[in-house]
Design a protein around this ligand. Structure first.
Ligand code: UDX
Length: 436
């Protein structure tokens, strides 16, 4: 097992680059193809187009086995398998836009030497069957097809890929399934073989269940606020039940990112399209959209209105350890605050500078450090749990603020410490505490 293979990866985004670099690390020869000239130029000059820990090193370390190109021919010519890692953004109807997947399939015309086409992109159940039919129509009937969804989380993608909880492979042909499994041969992780539709479903089900868990604990947090319980104790003790486990029980301002919001909406759309209203998932999506708005509402009540108030946002990215702003709760929070007539100052160590181009951040003032953002503010909202925020001198912050009030949207900080620093402290799922 674990023979060295030649692989073409279509798409040099998060999934494609991590897949390409990690397969190279596992000893395979990989050509990554993308349609964006700038992206390929960057990669060829040794740069990574986005931040992902360890990815740059991995690419450098394996550069002998890794090439980047715009050219389909060059990518496919010597490849034994093509991995489809293009993005599948939502369309107006909420369905996944598969046009990039189809563009790859079209580009494979004549590639009859391939052993397999493998889709890693997140796609609706049934896509594999349609790709299979399209391959057959293009005289590629003997080329195998497999679904091989990816479960890597941003910020730990390389580690997740090289030490996965499981590798999921869906194929109708056993030989193809084993061939794909063999690519991961050097990893010591369980391989789950199944049919294509089930593999497609695993990805959607996993993300929807994780989103549901987060949303469940967020709703418990709301009940805690209303009843005087403390979500910190509740989450911890609930998570100690071995049947539940401790992960994804952190209450906060709602999930964001490139996967959970998109994939849960795609699964809902998929269910609706087949005439089944996925009510539980529907509720999850609604509650998650409400979550940041609820926080704003609490703050509005506490400050007796937001008009003319200066609010500091600590953290902008959808989670720490990434520069990714996709579906970040901070965006909703900033635009709601601005709509209420507040002034917004913000800090984030990694969010890209938008040069004032992108709403709502164009109307927010960015500061290079948290204390700068909090100066003269009427309240601060901790939006992203950046570890840097635990090192802030909160006593100094309290003095710099017009009104030392912190809404800790991720329950990162110790309420007692904030209280003794002179803050009024609001957490998610715990009551408001005021200094004496
Ligand atoms: C996720 C999945 O983890 C990954 O398997 C999938 O392939 C892609 O989507 P990612 O979006 O990178 O990965 O981030 P993740 O760390 O899972 O967090 C997602 C969101 O949930 C973040 O906004 C985070 O703040 C939030 N979250 C997570 C909570 O609010 N509470 C938690 O307990 C955990």
């Amino acid at each position: 097992t674990g023979a060295s293979r030649r692989i073409a990866v279509f798409g040099a985004g998060y999934i494609g680059l991590v897949t390409g670099a990690c397969f190279a690390e596992l000893g395979h020869r990989v050509v990554v193809r993308d349609i964006q000239p700038e992206r390929i130029r960057l990669l060829n000059s040794g740069e990574v187009p986005f931040f992902e820990p360890g990815l740059g090193d991995l690419i450098t370390r394996n550069k002998e086995r890794l090439a980047f190109t715009l050219d389909v021919e060059e990518a496919v010519r010597d490849a034994e398998a093509v991995f489809v890692c293009v993005d599948t953004p939502p369309t107006a109807s909420g369905d996944a836009d598969l046009s990039r997947v189809w563009a790859v399939v079209d580009a494979l015309r004549g590639a009859s030497h391939l052993v397999a086409v493998v889709v890693k992109s997140t796609v609706p159940v049934g896509t594999g069957a349609r790709v299979r039919a399209a391959l057959d129509e293009r005289d590629l009937g003997h080329v195998g097809y497999a679904s091989n969804p990816e479960f890597t989380a941003e910020g730990r993608a390389v580690e997740d890929f090289l030490r996965p909880d499981r590798v999921v492979i869906g194929a109708s042909d056993d030989a193809v399934a084993r061939w794909v499994a063999d690519l991961y041969g050097r990893l010591d992780s369980p391989v789950e073989l199944m049919d294509v539709a089930s593999a497609e479903m695993v990805k959607l089900a996993s993300n929807a269940l994780l989103a549901t868990r987060i949303t469940f604990i967020n709703e418990i947090a709301t009940v805690c606020e209303a009843t005087g319980a403390d979500i910190g104790h509740v989450s911890r003790a609930v998570g100690l039940d071995h049947r539940l486990g401790p992960h994804f029980l952190r209450a906060g301002l709602g999930y964001g990112g490139s996967c959970f919001p998109k994939d849960s909406r795609a699964l809902r759309a998929m269910a609706s399209n087949s005439g089944y209203p996925f009510q539980l998932l529907n509720a999850v999506i609604e509650v998650n959209e409400l979550q940041p708005r609820r926080a704003i509402q609490r703050l509005k009540t506490e400050l007796d209105g937001l008009k003319g108030r200066r609010i500091a946002l600590l953290g902008m990215t959808f989670k720490p350890g990434t520069d990714d702003m996709r579906e970040a709760p901070s965006t909703i929070i900033a635009s709601r605050l601005l709509a209420e007539g507040a002034t917004v100052t913000c800090w984030d160590p990694m969010a890209p500078h938008t040069d004032g181009r992108q709403e709502p951040w164009s109307s927010a003032t960015r500061r290079p450090d948290p204390l700068g953002a909090m100066t003269d503010a009427d309240a601060a909202i901790l939006v992203t749990e950046w570890p840097e925020l635990t090192d802030v001198d909160w006593t100094a912050a309290a003095r710099l603020m017009r009104n030392p009030l912190l809404l800790d949207g991720r329950n990162l900080l110790d309420p007692a410490a904030l209280l003794s620093a002179g803050f009024t402290h609001m957490g998610v799922g715990r009551g408001t505490r005021r200094p004496r």
